[in-house]
Design a binder for this molecule. Structure first.
Ligand code: BTN
Length: 320
């Protein structure tokens, strides 16, 4: 019911408890209770005895009703599980996907204000205080597991596009899944899945964007190579708006991927690439290979030209 009350509060400057109660078919006391709930969430609502309630300001939180108000996707983010704090949105999303909880459909999201045990790639920790966007998207694509690297690539494209639209700054994608601004990491993507031999059961795409985190807040070991949008831009970015734009971009590219139309995604990826054309060292399991990153292929693998001219395809690894 709080969602409906918010909708009416947004529409009018003042609306009386009586009118709200009539519209929603409940008592005035029930309305009053919901108004107190909204106030506890951080909404500033004033009440005038004669003319009713007036919404003064909204909290800067990633609340489902805030994200969904103005969200123009068809299915991504239509169901949102919100937590002010949890271990990791990927862990919760994986649990929900594994147990096929009711209502957990394609595009369901788990989002948190902060994570106590945020997960990075390769078993690393992901620093997730308040001020970031920590979210996981649950997907059930009818695709083979070989599409997983392409899902990560398209997510990276959706993130840079969203940052560009929302903050007017062009980020870069460091293969396979880091987003950089001014050479520093601002976002990481962790894609996890469960699959049979030739079909994906579910995918959880975890996205972490540093939005409003001060340089000195970052742990020392990552401080010099990490940034946040606020640090890079020196201006406030609405996290809710960034999430809304990102979800829209994500749905657009994910639709293309499901139709196996990968060429536009690759073209976009290349136009934002930080990696192509550079001499790099990549850690692939036990080995380190060196060469020039010359291209990315249809499968999302990086094509590396070694010193002796040999071309190798790398599907997963970390640039060092
Ligand atoms: C990386 O670059 O190492 C990937 C980082 C991914 C972090 C995000 S934050 C939301 C989601 N939940 C997690 O625990 N991890 C991902």
């Amino acid at each position: 019911m709080t969602n409906d009350i918010l909708k009416y509060l947004r529409e009018k400057e003042y609306i009386s408890g009586e009118v709200l109660a009539k519209k929603l078919g409940v008592s005035r006391v029930a309305i009053w209770k919901q108004i107190q709930r909204l106030k506890n969430m951080g909404y500033k609502i004033i009440a005038d005895q004669n003319i009713g309630y007036c919404l003064i300001s909204r909290p800067d939180l990633l609340l489902p009703q805030e994200i969904q108000n103005g969200l123009s996707t068809n299915y991504i983010g239509r169901k949102i599980y919100y937590f002010s704090k949890l271990e990791s949105t990927n862990i919760i999303a994986k649990e929900k996907a594994t147990h096929k909880e009711e209502g957990v459909n394609e595009g369901t999201i788990v989002i948190a204000e902060r994570q106590s045990a945020g997960k990075g790639r390769l078993g690393r920790k992901w620093f997730s205080p308040t001020g970031g966007i920590w979210l996981s998207i649950i997907l059930y694509p009818q695709l083979s597991p070989s599409y997983i690297p392409r899902i990560t690539l398209m997510t990276a494209v959706a993130v840079v596009k969203a940052i560009e639209r929302c903050a007017q700054i062009k980020g870069q994608i460091k293969w396979p899944n880091d987003i950089l601004i001014n050479e520093k990491k601002v976002c990481g993507i962790l894609t996890e899945m469960s699959a049979e031999l030739d079909l994906i059961n579910w995918v959880v795409v975890g996205i972490g964007i540093n939005v409003e985190i001060k340089k000195q807040e970052f742990p020392e070991d990552i401080r010099e190579k990490t940034t946040s949008l606020k640090e890079a831009l020196r201006k406030e970015i609405s996290r809710v708006r960034l999430v809304q734009i990102f979800l829209k971009e994500f749905e657009r590219y994910y639709e293309l991927l499901k139709k196996r139309e990968i060429s536009l995604i690759l073209k976009e990826w290349k136009s934002y690439s930080h990696t192509l054309g550079k001499k790099i060292k990549i850690n692939i399991g036990e080995n380190i290979v060196t060469g020039e990153a010359i291209d990315i292929n249809e499968e999302g693998a990086l094509i590396l030209k070694k010193g002796d001219g040999e071309l190798i395809e790398i599907i997963s690894g970390t640039i060092i």
